[in-house]
Design a protein around this ligand. Structure first.
Ligand code: ADP
Length: 433
């Protein structure tokens, strides 16, 4: 029995006993017993009334309640209230700290519910995005940030986030990342990346301008070297150095061409145009260029005749770079096979070679600019170290993805996957053309 229950029932027993004795002496035991119970009930109801007021917070527990059952109950209530008070204080302190720290953040934080409606945001969100607490709470984020890149990102948030122009400051750029948490809620973190974006643009412009500027002198040097090499009066001992100079000038020219191409691809964030491109014909053209060459045998397997919607020059550059790499890194006795096929999610171009392969830890790095597993070998075979970077960017502009799998000493497979929105039937293009 809980503590104090004896004390609760004791007075009841006592009152009932007294009523019984008085009833026995004076008669009318039932009446006396009823009167005693009514008195007990009245006292209990009064205590319950006080308890109700105490629990509702209208009054404090009586300072000196009588001993026994009610004393225990009121002491417990007081204990619970004290605990809850201290918990509340702790919570308040924590809330204040969270509020102060989120107010101090330079990055904007916005909490969205499952419907992408704004539930909360910090003052940085007002500064960076112009959100107004009086108007924008409860509004859908895509109604306030209307940039198409942001809208497609927020519908399907990825890990890397998206960079969009600032809706409030001219020439400012913001990086937005949406992190899902809890029950379908999302936290959007917005960071001002204007400085990084400007630096990146400056770097890109510098590379593009420098490459353009260097092209003319290299062209002149190449021209003179060619004229010299063809001159019959050239002393015999000059022929080899002039030949080497010519090869190096051609290499320099190739690097400049690749740098200019890469800068052009990087500079344009836009998607590639959607011109119909006859992929089977393009691949056949690439295959034919290797017929009778010194390298490995190059074959083409067309499993479909679908075309792509894109920019022909860029698609050619993607396919050509991958096939050229496969040929350069595969011994003459090996094979290079191109596949063009439809998949459940679009179409894919695959190049499988039986060449030297790439170590697993190198694979994530080979699409970086100028990254080569073996720089000596790459240069010796005419590589610039920019081919795969060009492939990656050109593919991105076609909403495609590059997958690489390889085993050292056994060969590599490079796969370009294009989404169904970029695939078009040969017939439909032919009739509409
Ligand atoms: P490079 O001009 O050096 O070929 P890329 O960007 O095209 O530059 O390729 C980067 C590096 O990736 C290459 O130097 C090479 O080490 C590796 N690589 C690319 N394709 C293949 C392949 N098919 N087999 C083996 N290694 C490859």
């Amino acid at each position: 029995m809980p503590a104090g229950w004896g004390a609760l029932l004791g007075p009841l027993a006592l009152l009932a006993g007294v009523a019984l004795v008085v009833g026995w002496i004076l008669g009318g035991t039932g009446w006396w017993l009823s009167a005693a119970l009514a008195l007990y009930l009245a006292l209990t109801l009064r205590r319950l009334h006080v308890l109700d007021r105490v629990l509702s917070g209208i009054e404090r527990a009586p300072n000196r309640p009588e001993r026994g059952f009610w004393h225990t109950i009121f002491a417990r209530v007081e204990g619970l209230r004290a605990k809850s008070r201290s918990r509340k204080q702790k919570l308040h302190r924590l809330m204040r700290e969270v509020r102060e720290s989120t107010h101090a953040l330079t990055d904007a934080g916005i909490i969205l519910n499952a419907e992408r409606e704004i539930v909360w945001f910090n003052p940085a969100a007002t500064r960076l995005l112009g959100l107004d607490p009086a108007v924008d709470l409860g509004n859908r984020i895509e109604n306030l940030l209307r940039h198409p890149d942001f809208i497609s990102y927020v519908m399907k948030p990825g890990e890397t986030g998206v960079v969009i122009p600032s809706p409030v400051t001219h020439h400012a750029w913001l990086h937005v990342q949406v992190i899902p948490y809890g029950m379908n809620q999302k936290l959007a973190i917005v960071r001002d990346v204007t400085r990084e974006t400007r630096l990146e643009t400056t770097r890109r412009d510098f590379v593009a301008n420098a490459s353009h500027e260097l092209r003319s002198p290299v062209t002149v040097i190449s021209g003179y070297l060619e004229a010299l090499s063809e001159d019959d009066r050239l002393p015999e001992n000059w022929k080899a150095p002039i030949g080497e100079m010519q090869r190096q000038a051609e290499r320099m020219m190739q690097i400049l061409r690749d740098l200019i191409e890469l800068a052009r691809l990087e500079a344009s964030d836009e998607r590639a145009p959607r011109n119909p491109v006859d992929v089977p014909a393009l691949l056949e053209l690439i295959r034919r260029a290797y017929v009778g060459g010194k390298g490995p045998q190059v074959t083409l397997q067309l499993h479909t005749d679908v075309w792509l919607k894109g920019r022909e020059a860029e698609l050619h550059s993607i396919f050509q770079n991958l096939v050229e790499n496969a040929v350069r890194f595969t011994p003459a006795a090996g094979t290079v096979t191109m596949h063009w096929r439809e998949t459940g999610s679009g179409a894919e171009f695959e190049v499988i070679d039986t060449g030297i392969g790439i170590a697993e830890e190198q694979i994530p790095r080979i699409t970086e600019r100028f990254y080569r597993v073996d720089p000596g070998r790459s240069r010796a075979t005419g590589g610039t170290g920019l081919g795969l970077a060009i492939v990656k960017h050109a593919l991105q502009r076609h909403e495609g993805q590059l997958a690489i799998s390889s085993r050292e000493g056994e060969g590599s497979t490079f796969t370009c996957r294009f989404p169904v929105s970029r695939v078009t039937q040969r017939e439909s293009v032919a009739t509409s053309a």
